[in-house]
Design a binder for this molecule. Structure first.
Ligand SMILES: Nc1ncnc2c1ncn2[C@@H]1O[C@H](COP(=O)(O)OP(=O)(O)OP(=O)(O)O)[C@@H](O)[C@H]1O
Ligand SMILES: [Mg+2]
Length: 614
């Protein structure tokens, strides 16, 4: 027998299923897409054990006849395309006819459905039971409307895949993220997500994207977003994008939809980055929620097994549209961003209010520009300004020179203190410090962050309880569904790390106390968000000692970052010296817990070489 053989059908199907279904969230995605294609206006999802025990999706769409229901489980069976040409005009989310057979090949699946009729009464539907892709039972049932698909014991017959499933918290995290995404893409459809009988998402149909954002991401999320509405060359870009001071550490808060499909796309991501290029630091990411509507013929959706990547026929046109759409929105509220983005006369800045700012933005800009002349001046005016403000000749002591000044090649450094001495503060953000080795600039924020972080870890290592500062008024924080799932296994860790946090309703927490170190932290919600972000995707609550330790370290990183002295803060000489002394007592005074450098050095040799003295 030759070495090349045709695989048994069942094995081939299991392998094919692996491309489409790799974790519970991908089953949820396929089922939601089918419901949306069936014009459902209500989609209710129930999950047990992170989707490992049960994934149930119930919709009120147009359903199927008994005959179609059976056919739907055949490979390449679809109602969405019939000719090759249809592939270039796809207006539905599905088109491969592969999702149902793939899911049923790797689970025990029950489907109940009835074809839509306008009687609003129970009618005769069908229930089909599959096991490992085989139909094992079919019967008539009384069913009101739509379709329900229940997927039990996903991967029960693919042990290798089962092993790759992560903890319940991680899987449900992926599922909530996915449902959140769909809910944002389809505001007029009702979405519900339940896990172990707890509501994670409850989003009744709404009229606008704004209402949907408030429902699933919280009201505060909307505050720093501005609308996008741009239509040209057959492309309509709508949604929201963030003002420059709203910056995130990851691009997770960028939601992109193309014709209702959730996509990841490098061209769109690049256009977003470019639009914000001069507005935010390179390491920061804006919050973006945009939806593109264009002729389906302009998009090739058949390029990825999960249908999450697409290809545009004219990618330049798409890039330009996204860039222009964001730029137009960012420049529209002239009172806010125009000021931030361009050089503006100083007097203007001092009187200007930033309606969207969080209060301190205008102050920050003022202090930053304070010492510079009016930057809108032309070259001629600038020359006059410099001439008028010329320094008086510097009075030099006329004591007789004992030696020829040029013969003194090397300055005296023996007297320099071995401990670093503060010489001053540069732009209220960096300390200028000298020691025997030379001079250095120290970033006051990251230096303080390192000091606080080491202090927290020392307390932990000595098994000392981290002292708590009670808040006068508890801070109530609204969470997104995703954040809710991430914080649930975290609460115990927070409470044993100096916090006092408890549930205050379905999707809100009350922060009643914070570690004493964070007592001056003015933005508790931001601190909590930062903690959730940094520990997200961490293994679940059943932590071993090592994982618990890692979680505590991550909490310590967020607490120290949010509590440390900020940039643009004037410091007294005593405080600066304290910072420097404490910093050099740390084990690693050179990088902050995030890995950023704390000091920039210029050694004495560099200085001498630079001045051609050696
Ligand atoms: N919830 C539903 N309501 C009504 N019809 C459905 C539903 N789910 C599936 N179907 C029917 O079953 C067919 C097969 O579904 P399946 O998801 O396997 O393929 P598809 O959606 O056509 O393509 P893809 O594999 O890209 O998802 C669909 O074409 C549709 O006609
Ligand atoms: Mg489908």
């Amino acid at each position: 027998m030759g070495r090349v053989r045709i695989l048994p059908e069942i094995l081939a199907h299991k392998i094919a299923a692996g491309e489409i279904v790799d974790r519970p969230a991908s089953v949820v995605k396929e089922l939601i897409e089918n419901s949306l294609d069936a014009e459902a206006t209500k989609i209710h999802i129930k999950i047990e054990n992170g989707g490992k025990r049960l994934i149930s999706v119930l919709d009120n769409g147009f359903g199927m006849s008994a005959q179609d229901a059976k056919t739907a489980f055949q490979h390449h069976a679809t109602s969405k395309i019939s000719r090759f040409e249809d592939l270039s005009q796809i207006a539905t989310l599905g088109f491969r006819g592969e999702a149902l057979p793939s899911i049923s090949a790797v689970s025990r699946l029950h489907m109940r459905t009835v074809e839509r009729n306008d009687t609003q009464k129970l009618s005769t539907g069908v229930e089909l039971n599959f096991e490992g892709g085989k139909l094992i039972k079919s019967r008539e049932i009384a069913w009101l409307e739509g379709t329900q698909i229940e997927v039990f014991e996903l991967f029960y017959n693919v042990p290798a895949r089962q092993k790759f499933m992560k903890t319940v918290a991680t899987e449900i995290g992926h599922i909530s993220k996915l449902v959140t995404y769909h809910a944002l893409a389809w505001p007029h459809v009702e979405f519900q997500l339940h896990h172990q009988n707890r509501h994670l998402i409850e989003a009744p149909a709404v009229k606008s994207l704004e209402d949907r954002v408030c429902q699933v991401l919280g009201k505060t999320f909307m505050e720093n977003l501005i609308g996008v509405d741009y239509q040209r060359n057959g492309i309509h870009v709508t949604g929201y994008t963030s003002l420059p001071h709203e910056q995130r550490r990851t691009s997770r808060f960028q939601y992109l939809f193309v014709n209702g499909r959730i996509v990841r796309d490098r061209i769109i991501a690049h256009a977003i980055r470019l639009a914000y290029q001069d507005l935010i630091p390179t390491a920061a990411h804006p919050v973006v929620l945009i939806s593109l509507e264009l002729d389906p013929a302009e998009v090739d959706v058949n390029v990825h097994p999960n249908k999450t990547e697409i290809r545009f026929r004219d990618s330049n046109k798409i890039h330009k549209s996204i860039y222009n759409a964001l730029e137009e929105s960012l420049l529209r509220p002239q009172d806010t961003l125009g000021d931030l983005a361009r050089d503006v006369p100083l007097k203007y800045l001092q009187t200007r209010k930033f309606p969207h700012s969080q209060g301190n933005t205008s102050r920050r800009i003022e202090t930053f520009f304070q010492r510079s002349p009016d930057s809108s001046l032309g070259f001629k005016e600038l020359r006059q300004y410099v001439d008028k403000n010329r320094l008086e000749d510097f009075p030099v002591s006329l004591a007789p020179a004992r030696e020829d000044p040029h013969s003194l090649n090397i300055p005296e450094t023996a007297d320099l203190s071995p401990i670093p001495i503060v010489l001053g503060q540069f732009v209220e953000s960096f300390l200028v410090v000298a020691d025997r080795e030379g001079v250095m600039l120290i970033d006051q924020h990251v230096a303080h962050e390192r000091i606080l972080y080491d202090q927290i870890l020392r307390n932990q290592a000595n098994n000392r309880k981290i002292p708590t500062q009670k808040l006068l008024i508890p801070q109530i924080i609204e969470l997104t569904a995703e954040q809710k799932t991430s914080i649930t296994p975290l609460l115990d860790h927070l409470n044993s790390n100096g916090f006092e946090v408890e549930w205050f309703g379905e999707r809100t927490i009350a922060v009643k106390g914070v570690p004493v170190i964070a007592k001056d932290c003015r933005e508790i919600p931001r601190l909590m968000e930062e903690i959730i972000n940094t520990v997200e995707n961490e293994p679940s609550s059943h932590s071993t000692g090592g994982e618990a330790q890692r979680l505590s370290e991550k909490i310590a990183i967020s607490v120290s970052c949010q509590s440390a002295i900020k940039i643009n803060t004037p410091l007294s000489p005593e405080k600066m010296q304290w910072l420097v002394d404490s910093l050099f007592r740390c084990k690693n005074p050179y990088t902050c817990p995030h890995g950023r450098p704390i000091t920039l050095r210029m050694n004495i040799e560099d200085v001498l070489r630079g001045f051609k003295r050696i």
